[in-house]
Write a protein that binds this ligand. Structure first.
Ligand code: CS2
Length: 502
């Protein structure tokens, strides 16, 4: 079977959308750090629409921060890959719509070529550096948002400016090189699931730059822009079966396709230092303040996603659609949104929360994605603060109960056991895994007691000022006793009957 590349892309089946522009004429106006599946199914798809409309300034240099696999797969494909949008037809039969994306023009692997990454950021054509490096990639304290100068990658980068390992180090030393060459300011755009992601990025970049050269920090603060974004598209990990199915449909081999749901949303602050693509052509909304959109998405989508993931993983419901098909879980997730999350959201003009809630449940029920609960369960220490704990803080401050929110947090604590209810063991994939599993074994592993719960709540990198909160501890104890004694399904029945909580 031939490989997908610039020579074979023209012979694809007519049903497959492909680049209709001259890729050789593309300039690389965007450098993206963290060229993972989400970015290729989301931001690259929106950028493709702007390029297809004739603006050839916005080709993408994709940078992998750790592994060479994306470069190794896409370089022989001239950067081309397939976006497979999957859902079900009216009869519930899975279907896919294929689009070959041409926006990625160059690929770098930072550990192999750190100088190349700094050169790309410093290049005259570059106008935007965007990031999807996941929550842990900011080397910050999730509870406070501040950059940790003692983080091993940050400490390494300050000592080895020529070969930074962290995205933050790459940005600062790339900007330093850029300014030395007299090239203009950049927009640094975070697309990660963090509250005020642009402000978190700005704070981390400036703190790192201060440690390098205060004058550099001042130039960055004055000249560069850091818009906040809310991004939303469910992008499950691609399996070998997916690669085979896409290649068969193409009639040529694509070793690195990405999958996505039809739903797409991106609200970004229109605050750019040197221009930007017309992403409205790809369905993007430019807003004055992204915060209300971020809060809505992080709490409603990611908060319910994480709750569902830990409950589903522990019950052995391996994919989101299989989990949401369990009536007690669906009832819980719907009530979690309606009764505990939505009351904490600011009014967004024109937003129908009941419709948003119903649409989200339909997204979770998509039978064509096979989005694994274990995939969503990873990095819980980095995700819970913005996905669940913000809602909990707001409700506790208002004197409101949190039985359903507490069940999501309790399910994460329960998940640290490392064995699901069917007896299947799994690794805890989390930057704090060693500390958390040791803490679990010393506390909840000995049984659900108020002392055990309070010890878990005292884990400052996750819970910060929630340590010692008695209302939360009581709600967590109620949920954990039920989970440990009766299991997930019975606990869901109990919370749906209103029997959990302080
Ligand atoms: C998921 C997100 O893996 C996860 O943590 O909750 O990747 C989620 O699919 C996206 O944020 C949806 O926009």
């Amino acid at each position: 079977m031939n490989r997908l590349n610039d020579h074979t892309v023209g012979a694809l089946p007519a049903a497959v959308t492909r680049p209709a522009y001259d890729r050789r004429a593309l300039n690389t106006g965007i450098v993206h750090l963290g060229i993972g599946a989400f970015m290729r199914a989301h931001m690259a798809a929106a950028t493709e629409a702007a390029i297809a409309a004739g603006d050839l300034r916005w080709g993408i240099v994709g940078v992998s921060l750790r592994q060479p696999d994306t470069r190794d797969a896409l370089q022989p494909q001239d950067g081309l890959y397939t976006l497979a949008i999957r859902d079900a037809d009216a009869q519930g039969r899975p279907r896919q719509r294929l689009q070959v994306i041409g926006a990625v023009r160059a690929l770098l692997v930072a550990p192999e070529n750190p100088a190349g990454v700094l050169e790309a950021i410093a290049a005259a054509d570059t106008r935007i550096v965007s990031l999807t490096v996941t929550e842990k990639g900011y080397c910050h304290d999730p509870a406070t948002g501040a950059l940790r100068l003692d983080h091993p990658d940050i400490a390494n980068d300050l000592a080895h400016p020529q070969a930074p390992r962290s995205a933050i180090g790459m940005l600062v030393f790339g900007l330093q090189l850029r300014l030395e060459r007299g090239h203009g300011p950049l927009t640094l755009m975070s697309l990660d699931n963090l509250p005020a992601n642009g402000r978190v990025l700005r704070g981390a970049v400036l703190r790192f730059a201060e440690a390098v050269d205060p004058a550099l920090a001042q130039r960055i603060a004055a000249d560069c822009r850091f818009p906040c974004s809310m991004v939303d598209r469910i992008v499950p990990r691609t399996t070998d079966a997916d690669r085979a199915a896409v290649s068969e449909a193409l009639g040529c081999e694509d070793r690195w396709p990405v999958l996505g749901e039809p739903f797409f949303d991106w609200a970004v602050e229109d605050d750019f230092a040197a221009g930007r693509p017309d992403w409205t052509l790809g369905g993007v909304r430019f807003v004055a303040d992204a915060e209300p959109f971020e809060r809505l998405k992080l709490r409603m989508v990611n908060g319910t996603h994480s709750s569902l993931a830990y409950l589903g993983a522990m019950a052995g419901w391996q994919t989101v659609d299989k989990a949401i098909a369990q009536a007690p879980l669906r009832e819980h997730i719907e009530a979690l949104m309606r009764d505990e999350i939505e009351p904490t959201l600011a009014d967004l003009p024109g937003l129908d929360l009941a419709a948003y809630r119903a649409n989200l449940l339909a997204r979770y029920a998509n039978p064509a994605l096979a989005h694994r609960t274990q995939q969503i369960a990873m990095d819980g220490s980095q995700k819970l603060p913005q996905r669940l704990l913000g809602t909990v803080r707001d409700r506790l401050a208002a004197g409101l109960p949190v039985p359903r929110m507490a069940l999501g947090i309790a399910a994460w604590m329960h998940y640290l056991r490392g064995v699901d209810e069917l007896g299947n063991a799994y690794a805890i994939d989390d930057p704090h895994a060693a500390d958390l599993t040791a803490l679990y074994q010393r506390t909840l592993g000995q049984g659900a007691s108020i002392e055990a719960v309070q010890a878990m709540l005292s884990y400052a990198p996750v819970f910060g000022d929630l340590a010692g909160n008695q209302a939360l501890a009581a709600a967590l104890l109620s949920a954990l006793r039920s989970l440990q004694t009766h299991g997930v399904r019975a606990t869901l029945d109990a919370v749906n009957r209103g029997e959990l909580g302080a």
